[in-house]
Design a protein around this ligand. Structure first.
Ligand code: DAH
Length: 339
């Protein structure tokens, strides 16, 4: 029995020593110390050992068990440490490796133009306001002196949602909303998206405008022209030239169309400006007193001027964009060229 125990110890220690992985270690533990393991069998057979030897054999057997357990625990630590080191080696990050670089985004050309124009307006004392993109027929047309069946409604091919609600066709409803809620004198500008049933290389169903409105006492066309000239100079530089043509809008009287030096050819004449050297800057005029009265402003005391530039055309020209749709597609290949 003593011999058998010695052999188990020798065999067991040797097996543990030779092991290289955790699974095999567990198998060895089961083989010697498990419920049906070799040592366990012997301990179970102790009752057959003669009484005078039992104490000594028992103590040897116990010793063997302690030694084997100790060897297995040590091996377990050793194997686990080795695994941890191997894992760390695998996950090592080389902090000296050069970075792949970060990709820098850029503002959309419409946003850049919008920011520039808003900045300019704020510097000139305007308050920036926002009004709804989904408008009522009243604010979009009626309150701007465009009653139902008025031929001017044909100038703007509208996208109706119900009989009385539509996508705003221009930012001019901001005029009415401002006059109804603000106390004169005031200067407002409303940037935003507008919608029309229009679709070709220079027209998109969605495009962008500003609406600017100035209401004060004793102001007229001369003040309007001075302000517009100042805006054009700040936008396009000192040598910008302007010209004025008569026009018609139901909400202004008189109405004018203002052209500025074509930014594509800088006034030399090109296909865009049809050789004239000028391109359309915006339409506007002196606010029709009918509009003032409808919105609750005393037209004997106050007067005003308003104008509404579209910005997409300017952005297309300054960035040499051939089709307005590129501005709305969010195609990365296009946007990368616009940085
Ligand atoms: N709302 C007009 C349009 O979309 C532009 C416009 C013209 C705005 C004259 C004005 C204005 O404020 O006075 O065509």
């Amino acid at each position: 029995m003593k011999e058998k125990l010695k052999e188990i110890l020798k065999n067991g220690l040797q097996k543990v020593e030779e092991l290289v992985d955790l699974k095999a270690l567990d198998e060895v533990r089961v083989k010697f110390l498990g419920k049906t393991g070799e040592l366990t069998q012997i301990l179970r057979g102790m009752k057959d050992v003669p009484a005078e030897e039992r104490k000594e054999v028992g103590s040897i057997a116990n010793n063997v068990r302690v030694k084997l357990e100790e060897a297995i625990t040590n091996k377990l630590c050793e194997l686990e440490n080795a695994k941890l080191l191997a894992d760390m080696e695998k996950e090592k990050v080389d902090i000296t490796e050069p970075s792949k670089g970060t990709k820098k985004g850029a503002l959309h050309p419409l946003t850049r133009f919008n920011n520039k124009f808003m900045q300019l307006c704020v510097e000139m004392g305007f308050t920036v306001i926002q009004t709804p993109e989904i408008e009522t027929d009243y604010y979009n047309f009626e309150a701007l002196n465009v009653p139902k069946n008025h031929p001017a409604r044909d100038m703007q091919d509208s996208l109706y949602i119900t009989d009385t609600i539509l996508m705003r066709t221009h930012t001019s409803p901001a005029q009415v909303r401002a006059m109804e809620t603000m106390k004169p004198p005031f200067k407002i500008v409303c940037p935003g998206r507008v919608y029309r049933n229009d679709n070709d290389s220079s027209h998109s169903p969605i495009f962008n405008q500003f609406e600017a409105l100035v209401i004060d006492e004793n102001i007229g066309l001369k003040d309007f022209m001075t302000m517009v000239k100042e805006m054009a100079v700040r936008l396009y530089g000192e040598d910008v030239k302007m010209r004025v043509r008569p026009s018609y809008f139901p909400f202004t009287e008189p109405s004018i169309e203002i052209d500025a030096t074509c930014q594509m050819c800088k006034g030399k004449g090109c296909s865009l400006c049809k050789g004239t050297g000028f391109s359309e800057f915006f339409g506007g005029g002196i606010v029709n007193p009918v509009i003032l009265e409808m919105s609750g402003i005393d037209s004997n005391k106050y007067s005003g001027f308003a104008f509404g530039p579209g910005i997409d055309r300017s952005v297309m020209v300054t960035n040499k964009i051939p089709n307005i749709k590129y501005l709305f597609r969010n195609d990365l290949r296009f946007l990368k060229q616009m940085k």
